[in-house]
Write a protein that binds this ligand. Structure first.
Ligand code: ARG
Length: 582
């Protein structure tokens, strides 16, 4: 609705320019806000006050001209000028009812695809080979996936880039250790415990000189394209990613093997990039290394900071790879936007890589790069999230624990539910809870992981949201109707019906917010408010009671259907499935 009024005002501004009422170069920031007090209408704008000066008119007079030039719209029932020059819009309640009818049955919940789709690369998840996914990877994975789904839903061409850590000197030692294990046991090697594998490999490297020598030799061979080393490296990547894929599938994350664009992909580009940066005069030799000095970043001494892009021994760095990745994403996909879901501690790294890529002409001004940064994951004690003994929490273990806790929670609520039926519901509640509790917090802050907070039916939680959805399904069952076949006219007679309808038409704003800011908590907040508006409506407006008139019942059932559909589509954009019963 806000969008609609905004569009009307945009057209009005053009009309005012055409009549030279305001200067042709005026570019006011169109602001439309919801009114706090309904006696002032539903929406208001301060446009007349912003344009009064350039127009050389007093704001109330200009407000009158704006209203005169406002294009016809079925949405606007009445306008009025208020106070120093605000324009208040009273929306037509009938219009709202029609919107609800559409929302109830449209599989996009009445969100139109974007008019001008862009190509957007989303860089998320990015675990490291031969390591378990660490807690920061779950944040990147879950947040990145929700934003990716939302962008895709809007019709953008989205390229998922899983920038896995699959290259580097550590692979010499990992290959040497894999070889050792294969030589020692005839049976197929068990790599289920990647942490242990990495630790043992490191131990051999540190303690066994001969092993270390072999490992260093393998690094050189791998870099040179040696077939044996390459096959061993592949094995490590495949085993790791098969384990990660199982986690993605269990969590309902929309990443597959096709989305892997690891560091190794960019490795062949690196010598050329260093040569080019050197040729362009951006990189210089400094104590044998290749360094880019950036005026924009000052070191402690106040001198431009040096970013190393090639070490003295010829090795490349994490930053060099990200410079190449940015170039690749522009050259290969013609990306308009590149979103990086990476923890906030890597902010400087990204800024430097992008700045160098921009200076070198690899990243044009028409491509934006955005750091969708997130804070750390903390335990209840406010310290980094760890196991009781201080180790990293394995994501697979965490998901298993979520499943057990959800089984207990749902089992207690529904003692009749058992066996497979309980297990299926518990699985959905568990994954939804782990994801939703992360997604629902503003990602820029640190996130406190707390089982009790995420697995409760109270507050902005997954169980609450799923329960709200399933409760509506039970209303339909009780009424003996199929939500898809409802056709009653929506009449917003009660305050709470009106309030629910107002909330429902704001879904589009929430979707756009997530897409523009890369912040899924905007969707969670919206859905939580929607569920709240629904609960108040349902308390005040009975449906399955004998004394409810048929047309009121039909209208309310459709409000229920619109709410259920919006919850389903909204949760779906977060990568969360709904349940008809729980
Ligand atoms: N593999 C890295 C890590 O585990 C994250 C990579 C993020 N993406 C990027 N383009 N640098 O921290």
């Amino acid at each position: 609705m806000k969008d609609h009024i905004q569009q009307l005002l945009e057209q009005t501004v053009d009309r005012l320019k055409a009549q030279a009422i305001i200067p042709a170069d005026a570019a006011p920031r169109l602001q439309v806000d919801r009114t706090k007090d309904k006696s002032h209408g539903d929406l208001a704008t301060n446009l007349a006050m912003m344009l009064a000066k350039p127009a050389g008119k007093n704001p109330r007079e200009l407000a009158g001209l704006i209203i005169d030039n406002l294009p016809e719209s079925t949405l606007v029932a009445k306008t009025e000028i208020a106070g120093p020059g605000f324009i208040n819009f009273f929306l037509d309640a009938g219009w709202l009812g029609k919107q609800i009818e559409t929302i109830a049955s449209d599989d996009r919940a009445n969100v139109a695809p974007i008019a001008a789709p862009q190509t957007i690369v989303t860089d998320y998840s990015a675990p490291n080979v031969a390591k378990e996914m660490a807690v920061h990877h779950i944040r990147s994975t879950v947040i990145g996936d929700a934003v990716t789904r939302t962008l895709e839903f809007l019709g953008h061409n989205v390229v998922r880039a899983n920038h896995i850590g699959d290259w580097g000197t550590q692979f010499g030692m990992l290959i040497a250790y894999l070889e050792k294990m294969e030589n020692e046991s005839a049976a197929d090697m068990d790599l289920s415990d990647l942490e242990a594998f990495y630790r043992e490999a490191k131990k051999c490297y540190d303690e066994d000189g001969e092993f270390a020598e072999r490992a260093r030799n393998y690094v050189v061979k791998l870099q040179g394209g040696d077939e044996y080393c390459n096959a061993m490296w592949r094995k490590l990547v495949d085993i790791t990613m098969a384990q990660n894929q199982a986690i993605y599938d269990r969590l309902g994350v929309s990443l597959s093997n096709d989305d892997i664009m690891g560091e190794s992909l960019y490795n062949p580009m690196l010598p050329e990039i260093v040569a080019d940066l050197t040729k362009q005069g951006l990189a210089v030799e400094d104590q044998g290394a290749k360094v880019v000095f950036l005026d924009e970043f000052k070191g402690k001494d106040g001198n431009p900071m040096g970013v190393i892009i090639q070490k003295r021994d010829g090795g490349f760095l994490y930053t060099t790879t990200d410079i190449a990745a940015a170039k690749y994403r522009v050259d290969t996909f013609a990306a308009d936007r590149i979103l990086y879901f990476i923890d906030s501690r890597q902010a400087q790294h990204l800024q430097q890589a992008w700045l160098i890529a921009r200076k070198a002409g690899y990243l044009p001004d028409t491509t934006t790069t955005e750091h969708c940064a997130f804070g750390m994951m903390l335990g209840k004690d406010g310290k980094p999230f760890k196991t009781r003994s201080g180790g990293t929490v394995k994501l697979a273990d965490l998901l298993e624990e979520a499943h057990q806790r959800a089984t207990k929670l749902i089992g207690e609520k529904n003692p009749d539910l058992q066996g497979d039926a309980l297990d299926t519901i518990a699985a959905t509640v568990a994954m939804a809870s782990v994801k939703y509790s992360d997604l629902s917090k503003n990602r820029t802050t640190d996130y406190v992981f707390d089982w009790d907070n995420m697995l409760t039916f109270e507050g902005n939680t997954a169980p609450y949201m799923l329960y709200a959805f399933s409760r509506i399904q039970s209303i339909f069952r009780k009424a003996g109707v199929n939500a898809a076949e409802l056709n009653g006219t929506v009449v917003l007679a009660h305050d709470k019906e009106e309030a629910l309808a107002q909330k429902l038409v704001q879904f589009n704003d929430a979707v756009q917010g997530v897409a523009n800011k890369g912040m899924p908590h905007l969707m969670c907040t919206y859905l939580y408010e929607l569920a709240g508006a629904f609960m108040s409506f349902y308390e005040a407006c009975p449906i399955n009671k004998d004394d409810v008139a048929e047309d009121a019942k039909a209208s309310r059932l459709r409000l229920c259907a619109a709410t259920a559909n919006t919850l389903k589509v909204g949760l779906g954009l977060l990568g969360i499935n709904t349940l008809d019963r729980m």
